[in-house]
Design a protein around this ligand. Sequence first.
Ligand code: COA
Length: 157
Amino acid sequence: MSSRSNVEALRTADIEIVAKIHATCFFDAWGPSMIRQVLDMPGTYGLVARRQNYSSIVGFALARVAADECELLSLGVASEYRANGTGAQLLATAMARAIAERARWFFLEVAEDNKAALRLYEAHGMEKVGYRLNYYENADGSKTNALTMRCALPDEG
Ligand SMILES: CC(C)(COP(=O)(O)OP(=O)(O)OC[C@H]1O[C@@H](n2cnc3c(N)ncnc32)[C@H](O)[C@@H]1OP(=O)(O)O)[C@@H](O)C(=O)NCCC(=O)NCCS
């Protein structure tokens, strides 16, 4: 579905819809209270992507800066709006915010079979630096290994 999105700070009023999108993206869904808890952690920020000309939220990113590192905690785009650049917009904005907060490293965990996410992260300069055995649980009870990816962020100067 075409139309670019605007990426903005996540507001309290957005939490319910972000939880709904999260549930469509991940087996281990974060409900509204979990998202509130995550946002309450020091250094955490949330972003939402809204369709231009519409108020509807189509994606989100949650990240946390601690010392000189920023971890991407979660990133998701509603399935009908994928492959349209929204994930890239959210990731780029999350990285820009990390740079503004003087983080020097950006890192995340991703399922090793998540081709779309791996391509997205590699396209943004992230490299595989670690491996976590059986890190994610799937709906059928099976487990999937995770990769840790990381990239250096430029010094804002
Ligand atoms: C990963 C995810 C956030 C990407 O969002 P998106 O809006 O589709 O991403 P974009 O449209 O910005 O695509 C960015 C790049 O990702 C890759 N990509 C996107 N969809 C893809 C697909 N279906 N297959 C392979 N690569 C894909 C491409 O490299 C693309 O770059 P390109 O347009 O230059 O080819 C989205 O697929 C999603 O929400 N997935 C479920 C949740 C998830 O896996 N989150 C990440 C967990 S770590």
